[in-house]
Design a protein around this ligand. Structure first.
Ligand SMILES: [Zn+2]
Length: 231
């Protein structure tokens, strides 16, 4: 194989069909995070490694992301029954990817995870990443569709998830803001502010985000009050 200065080829043994294939990953020195948006979407300078996170087997169509946990035994039977057998011709997106290829890769990972009944948190993260990719394409309608879906999954994962709870709570409120559900955003941010167990980091993030939102709103419609978050 020829040396590529932008990508390296990662070797993968497919968890489903056991065949080996290689798939591109961005070389670490080819990207840099220059900004993080309010819903944690990283903005990269150079290439975007987000496009290469999901490995899609060109032989059988199984899609794998490192966050998946139900990747063995009886779950593989479910994946066979509900995903592989339903799949048309497997696509080959193992080399350079467009944003559309990346969207396809996450949608396949989403379908695999749905088949193996992964946790709502993981499904929410996939939906959020698909929304981010649509944001990069300026496809607002599709972005909103996946933000709604991410928010649904996050709300289902509230009770079940201890670790990363404040991040999910924050994302829930932030996504609510982005899809225009201001009442729910306000409730979510208030919950974070009033909860003593919330870390300083998220407390600060929350107040700053709400202040900025109110400021923007105020600038847009200077005669309309949006209310106080801290009572
Ligand atoms: Zn395979």
């Amino acid at each position: 194989m020829a040396f590529n200065i932008y990508y390296y080829e990662s070797s993968v043994d497919c968890n489903f069909c056991k065949k080996r294939f290689t798939t591109y990953k961005v070389r670490p020195n080819r990207f840099k995070i220059i900004e993080e948006q309010t819903d944690f979407m990283p903005i990269y300078e150079g290439l975007n490694p987000l496009l290469y996170e999901v490995a899609v087997c060109p032989h059988c169509g199984y899609a794998y992301h490192k966050s998946m946990t139900r990747t063995y035994g009886p779950f593989m039977l479910l994946i066979d029954e509900l995903y592989i057998k339903e799949l048309q011709k497997p696509i080959n997106i193992c080399k350079e990817r467009t944003i559309d290829d990346a969207i396809a890769s996450y949608k396949l990972a989403y379908l695999v995870s749905r088949a193996s009944m992964e946790e709502p948190l993981l499904m929410g993260n996939f939906a959020l990443k698909i929304a981010w990719l649509y944001r990069l394409k300026n496809e607002v309608k599709s972005e909103m569709h996946y933000l709604y879906s991410a928010r649904d999954f996050y709300s289902k994962s509230f009770a079940s998830n201890q670790e990363g709870e404040e991040r999910i709570q924050y994302l829930y409120a932030e996504i609510s803001l982005r899809i225009g559900d201001i009442a729910e955003a306000k409730k979510g941010f208030s919950r974070l502010i009033s909860n003593r167990n919330v870390s300083n980091k998220y407390r600060k993030l929350t107040s700053k985000r709400w202040e900025n939102y109110k400021y923007d709103e105020h600038t847009l419609r200077s005669n309309e009050s949006t209310g106080e978050i801290i009572n």
